[in-house]
Ligand binder design. Sequence first.
Ligand code: NAD
Length: 311
Amino acid sequence: GTGAAMTHYAWIGLGNMGGPMAANLVKAGHQVSGVDLNESACAVAKDAGVRIADSVADAVKDADAVFTMLPKGDHVRSVFDGPDGIWAHARQDALLCDSSTVDVETSRWCHEQSAVRGFVFADTPVSGGISGAAEATLCFMIGGEPSAVERASVLVEPMSGSVIAAGGPTSGIAAKICNNMMLFIHLMANAEGSQLAEQLGLDPQVFWEIVSVSSGRSWSQQTWYPVPDIIPTAAANQNFTATFSAELAVKDVGLALAAGEQTGVHLPAARMVFEQLQELMAQGLGDRDCSLVAKLATPDGQLRGFDPDAA
Ligand code: NAD
């Protein structure tokens, strides 16, 4: 598609996902004013052509669209609200979008409180990981009033491989929470399958190729396989430095468990993944990649590709 004409985006949160997403907007010829608390994240974004703003207020004041890409619901609430926040400083006609993975309640609060203040908000969460962010192939699932969904769809085009209108307000984030619960159940399948294959003496590359054309195939297996020298961009080749941290994965599965409790849906597999990820956090490894759960499957708790003493 052609996307929007030159647009001024404000981008709050230039981390693993937000950094490359903002960079792709710059590449597509748009102006981006970004802000992050982390100096090195700002430095990387600046090199990619993002104008680094002094504050949220400075980032949003002239923007046509404001995006947040922050860790959790609390961060999103704090950036929207208050005298230094988005609502206090954004242009009234700017479309406000949150692409973070948050709880449904936070997303509903963003919709409702934006409307109270005369703003239009869309929930615009994404799937595709940091590789999808870098390659501009993310799937955006968009929730909101029809006209907001239409505007958001144009705005996200330069970062996306697919854009799907999920339905009314919070339907994007609801879809995202369900999707990620499925992803992390698949993550456990790969943790256990890869280590069982290893202990049964299978050649890892050959086994991976078999699964790739068999019924065990999944996005997690294609992208995050927890064995070194199979997928170049997988965390297994970078000592399990986070592409998606265990801590964020626990958050996502926790969002699904909370939604299950609210709706009466039984989620035993999700509960098991939650406990495994918590065990990884208890070992002090919450900032490592979630695919490191594979170490909990091995007979000795060691994992090929992981050296706890290296950076
Ligand atoms: P991240 O931790 O790498 O980035 C978040 C950034 O927000 C950090 O750089 C942090 O400094 C910044 N930040 C926090 N509070 C701030 C504030 N008040 N003002 C400005 N900046 C602030 O996380 P990420 O991997 O980029 O993920 C962001 C969101 O996207 C999360 O909700 C995550 O669940 C979701 N997500 C992540 C992936 C993935 O593969 N990493 C994929 C899809 C969705």
